[in-house]
Design a protein around this ligand. Structure first.
Ligand code: Z5A
Length: 213
């Protein structure tokens, strides 16, 4: 069944350590204070199945082939779209999402070299009419991002173990996706101070969000 989508989907993208989660949370806080009907979600891991899939995907004790990895991310996305995004968007909410389809194109497409056309058709099957109204791409060099991630106490995940060459392909992939989608994707310098990045995102969002009722 299809529903008219009256809500607004906003996504946050970037390599690990780019600060996208920080920005998604900061923007959520400001929009909530301003009275918008807004929620934050993320991929992978926003549904019960997604939680299990996330643990599998990030476990550094497990060997997962690149095809299986791709389909695990897509299984997570399919559940997320049906259980979280479609219901929230059909009731007019603004939904901020920490990673979405561009992450698969950048990591599994440009990074792991799965054909981009195949990823596009799989995404068409999963998404139907759901498309982000705006995407904020936090751009940073893999070297600087790694410095930030290293300062975290947590153990490295399976994907974080991939080297700088992989993260350089992912970064270039993201920039290429942005060049192909200039209306939707706004590239931000992720090395700017946190408050300045949020200010730029909120200024840009003012162009597309209606005033809260
Ligand atoms: N993945 C995939 O391969 N394919 C897919 O389709 C999807 C995901 C959906 C899990 O993602 C992994 O899944 C990820 C991509 C892959 N693997 N990698 N690598 P995740 O989003 O759950 O986890 P993450 O990428 O590791 O994100 P994160 O931990 O949430 O990090 P972040 O969002 O990039 O950054 P942050 O946590 O907001 O900030 C990092 C640090 O920098 C932190 O200490 C902040 O305080 C600091 N920070 C933040 N902003 C600034 C500024 N402006 N200046 C200085 N320092 C800052």
């Amino acid at each position: 069944m299809t529903h008219a989508m009256t809500g607004t989907l906003i996504t946050f993208e970037g390599i690990d350590g780019s600060g996208k989660t920080t920005q998604a949370r900061d923007v959520l806080d400001v929009l909530m204070q301003r009275g918008y009907p807004v929620t934050l979600s993320r991929e992978p891991g926003a549904t019960p199945l997604g939680g299990v899939v996330r643990n599998l995907l990030l476990s550094e004790d497990l060997t997962i082939g690149s095809m299986a990895e791709l389909f695990l991310f897509l299984a997570d996305r399919s559940e997320h779209v049906e259980q979280v995004l479609r219901p929230r968007l059909s009731t007019g909410q603004i939904v901020l999402v920490d990673r979405f389809t561009d992450a698969t194109t950048a990591y599994q497409g440009y990074g792991m070299k799965h054909p981009l056309e195949t990823l596009e058709s799989l995404h068409r099957m999963i998404l139907g009419k759901i498309v982000p109204a705006k995407t904020y791409l936090l751009d940073i060099s893999p070297e600087k991002a790694l410095e930030r991630v290293r300062s975290r106490a947590e153990k490295k995940t399976r994907i974080e173990e991939r080297g700088l060459a992989f993260f350089s392909r992912v970064r270039e992939g993201y920039l290429e996706i942005a060049r192909k989608n200039p209306q939707r994707i706004c590239i931000l310098d992720a090395t700017l101070p946190r408050e300045e990045i949020s200010r730029r995102i909120l200024k840009d969002l003012a162009n597309i969000l209606p005033h809260p009722s």
